[in-house]
Write a protein that binds this ligand. Sequence first.
Ligand code: GLN
Length: 193
Amino acid sequence: MKIGVLALQGAFREHRNMVEACGHEVIEVRKPVELDQIQGLIIPGGESTTITKLMREFQLEQAIVSRAEVGMPIYGTCAGLIVLAKDIIGSSQPSLNLMDISVQRNAFGRQIDSFECELAIPVLGYKPFAAVFIRAPLIERVAPNVGILAQYDSKIVFARQGNFLASSFHPELTNDKRIHQYFIQMVEEAINK
Ligand code: GLN
């Protein structure tokens, strides 16, 4: 099984290291043909407007959407979450328009630009997850078919809708592999469907 990491901008190397630590091969995706080799895709954190702009320039936008529509799992972290969302509040920036969520960019304000907290994530088991937030977006609203996997201060920060997974925080910056393992399991399930 090969997992793609969109490698146009942002924290893609850290995702690569995590997926490899989970025992799977990584393809860095910069061209549409590379999508043919992968069974799941991670869109990293970085700057969402830059990632979307480069995705267009590299002709990846429609190619990713086409794979998503036939069930390829995609996991977006932070800026990647924004790229997946159907609605970016107060902004007309383009996105892949895949997940039925409304997101607010840079939602935590200046004072708490970046922070770490212990997050309860029931699907991962009892042990809390050390979540790192960096100028993070949060999910303001979700459609009824979106599962809420974690909340911080009653705000949604981790969600799943079928083959799409999105987190406001950065699990690739910790040593905890559980979220990457959870995503890899989604990919395994999608292959065996
Ligand atoms: N604030 C960034 C954006 O809106 C996301 C930050 C991140 O990915 N760490 O794209």
